[in-house]
Design a binder for this molecule. Sequence first.
Ligand code: GAR
Length: 198
Amino acid sequence: MLTIVTLISGSGSNLLSLLKACDNPLYPAKVLAVGSDKDATGLVHAEQYGIPTFVVEPEKFDSKHQWAEVLAANITHLKPDLIVLAGFMKILPESFTDRFSPKIINLHPSLLPSFPGAHAVRDALQSGEKVTGCSIHVVDAGVDTGPVIRSRQVDILADDDQGSLHERIKIQEQAMLVEVVRDIAEGKINLEDFDGNR
Ligand code: GAR
């Protein structure tokens, strides 16, 4: 059984998709805890499934390094096999990513390396491209720069706005996350093969 700690910042639709999958006894992964950098609305999903939550707010620390140390301490004592960033919107310092990479993956709403950063859906829409998508990558010290494990395409429609496009991307993200976590648990994906720090 692959054990996971998930970090979120937002509504947690991807977290919910993973929790639903893990609720099936045949699914080979289990979420041990869900953390956030704020009182994210998505934490309610963890509570509904009886999964412990923790919040570590950067504003309460003198430095990003101190914040990340406490965040890491909340994770390491659980000894998870994998950390899943599912809409976690804070950039983690190298001290954190070095400690966990390659056993830390991030979900991103674009076809990386196109449109990294916090506004991927807006940037894709403004670019005039006809296709965007979503990616899951191993987290390294850069922003959305780690090796891509899997991606899915999503068409950009003529009448799309940011909300409609993001909703269609999220449908693909939710399915892809469940699929990739299963493949990691079953050894079909070996994260060491995607180690961006080597
Ligand atoms: C997802 O689309 C995820 O890819 C994105 O935040 C959304 C979270 O949705 N992450 C990033 O933009 C990271 N750069 P959710 O809270 O409903 O799962």
